[in-house]
Design a protein around this ligand. Structure first.
Ligand SMILES: Cc1cc2nc3c(=O)[nH]c(=O)nc-3n(C[C@H](O)[C@H](O)[C@H](O)COP(=O)(O)O)c2cc1C
Length: 178
């Protein structure tokens, strides 16, 4: 699959086969993801691969709305995507480098998430990034260290559906020239 095909055919997948994802495959995708660009190459994004059924059950039952828990129930691995706080967008003395304040942190995580999802799609895996969940509950459940913050969840598994492409805006709408 070439790059353009990979970008255009990746879809958010919400129906998965009950088949495992090998650690060796997951690790090669995270290695690919490590090549993502980041603020001053700060590489703040971290991934926690949740396979433990008691942790997954708790996320499903207690910390996600049904439209997301219905997805999480199907996957062999749920990635909790976190970042190390206070580096991306910050000076060494802790002050913000730009007017955007701490928002470069989420920017870097977003870049890494898309890199991961494209690498996963290239390997035949399906993913969906999820942004709606109980942040306090999952942070506590995962015992995240104080210097990290939860940014996103990504369900990862073998797709059992080939969704249509949701509507895309036209280039005219997206691009202006000056
Ligand atoms: C930051 C972010 C948060 C998202 N949160 C959710 C979510 O909570 N649940 C869900 O099913 N999809 C979620 N999505 C997936 C979007 O709905 C999806 O990307 C969009 O509809 C376009 O479809 P496509 O990814 O197949 O191109 C999220 C995507 C992003 C980038």
């Amino acid at each position: 699959m070439n790059t353009t095909e990979c970008i255009r055919t990746r879809r958010s997948i919400r129906k998965f086969k009950a088949a495992p994802v090998d650690h060796s495959l997951l690790e090669s995708l995270i290695s690919d993801t490590s090549y993502s660009p980041s603020w001053k190459n700060s590489q703040i994004t971290r991934f926690i691969a949740i396979e433990d059924s008691s942790i997954l059950d708790s996320i499903v039952q207690d910390y996600t709305p049904s439209f997301n828990s219905d997805i999480i129930k199907q996957v062999p691995v749920l990635l909790a995507v976190t970042f190390v706080k206070g580096r991306s967008g910050f000076e060494r003395d802790g002050s913000f480098s730009t007017k955007k304040g701490d928002r470069w942190q989420m920017f870097d995580v977003g870049v890494a998430c898309q890199t991961f999802c494209l690498a996963a799609h290239n390997a035949g895996l399906g993913t969906v990034i999820m942004g709606i969940w109980d942040e306090d509950g999952i942070t506590k459940l995962l015992k995240l260290p104080d210097d990290q913050e939860l940014a996103a969840l990504i369900a990862v598994g073998w797709p059992d559906v080939d969704p249509d492409v949701p509507m895309r805006k036209s280039v005219d709408e997206l691009l202006t020239y000056l």
